[in-house]
Design a protein around this ligand. Structure first.
Ligand code: SAM
Length: 184
């Protein structure tokens, strides 16, 4: 069985957008307890590396790094393990909440933006980025960056995501690094 209810969200996103392809290399940011990594392996990804601050019970077919994705050596460690860049970066990360809504909102946005910028370091051309964002979707600045860097940017709330939660996912496909460089 799946280790998390969150697993169903990735299954639903994959059913709608056909994200997971046989042979692909995927980095799963915020992998604990391992549900998304299980789905990625089961649906045919060739290599899955999960990263989390928390320990993760071994997931058959996936590799796990216990650590913070913002560690300065993380991009290098991941590309070394993958033997190159990733075809897809998925992030189901959520920051610890403080209970102070404005602070929590800023933290959530900050984490998604950091995940996006991290993906630029490890994603192959044509690659896919999937991340949890909140409320109206990606904030304006993040959305502008996404639209520059990817051919197609969509938002989705998978049915398994609770109706009363503000969570949404951004699904960006067709990474085009040269567009990003031109804009810089
Ligand atoms: N998709 C997972 C699954 O299906 O099992 C559930 C992920 S859970 C909602 C979010 C995870 O993000 C938490 O385990 C948390 O430790 C992790 N996380 C938050 N900030 C992180 C960071 N800076 N680096 C690595 N992991 C982080």
């Amino acid at each position: 069985g799946w280790r998390s209810r969150a697993a169903f969200k990735l299954i639903e996103l994959d059913e709608r957008f056909h994200l997971i392809h046989p042979g692909m290399k995927v980095v799963d940011l915020g992998a604990a307890p391992g549900g998304w990594s299980q789905v990625l392996v089961k649906r045919g990804a060739a290599q899955v590396v999960g990263v989390d601050l928390l320990p993760v019970e071994p997931v058959s077919g996936a590799e796990i790094i216990e650590g913070d994705f913002t560690d300065p050596d993380m991009a290098g460690r991941l590309t070394a393990m993958l033997g190159g860049r990733a075809d897809m970066v998925v992030s189901d990360m959520a920051p610890n909440t403080t209970g102070h809504a404005p602070t929590d909102h800023l933290r959530i946005i900050g984490l998604a933006e950091e995940a996006l910028h991290f993906s630029f370091e490890i994603l192959a051309e044509g690659g896919t980025f999937v991340a949890k964002v909140f409320q109206g979707g990606a904030e304006k600045a993040m959305l502008d960056t996404l639209k520059q860097a990817f051919a197609l940017v969509r938002h989705a709330k998978p049915p398994a995501s609770r109706k009363d939660s503000a969570e949404l996912y951004v699904v960006a496909t067709g990474y085009r690094p040269q567009r990003l460089e031109a804009a810089a």
